[in-house]
Write a protein that binds this ligand. Structure first.
Ligand code: FES
Length: 103
């Protein structure tokens, strides 16, 4: 299991224990994390799973994710779609930040 931490825009944190191979979005759903809505269920077609992650932790977004990221409110250089981020065992302690506008 890998521990990841969700941090909302006010700095409140919620930890989740996640099996490697699980998406960050699914981990948020399983842990009832507010701020990840995931309306399309992980199909990379809604952008309601927007989050912020330090660049370089995950492989760069592909073309479809990049296009969807153009739809999010208040994007940042660290913007990602959590349904496209797959947790690995070496990510223990990873912090996923959540946008204020999805709370
Ligand atoms: S869950 Fe819809 S784009 Fe990620």
């Amino acid at each position: 299991m890998t521990k990841i931490v969700f941090e909302d825009a006010d700095g409140n944190r919620q930890a989740a224990e996640v099996d490697a191979g699980t998406s960050v979005m699914q981990a948020a759903m399983d842990s009832s994390v507010a701020g990840i809505l995931a309306d399309c269920g992980g199909g990379c077609s809604c952008a309601t799973c927007h989050c912020f992650v330090t660049r370089g932790v995950f492989p760069d977004p592909d073309e479809i994710e990049s296009q969807m990221l153009e739809c999010v409110l208040e994007p940042e250089v660290s913007s990602r779609l959590s349904c496209q981020l797959i947790v690995r065992e070496d990510m223990d302690g990873l912090v996923i930040k959540l946008p204020r506008n999805q709370i």
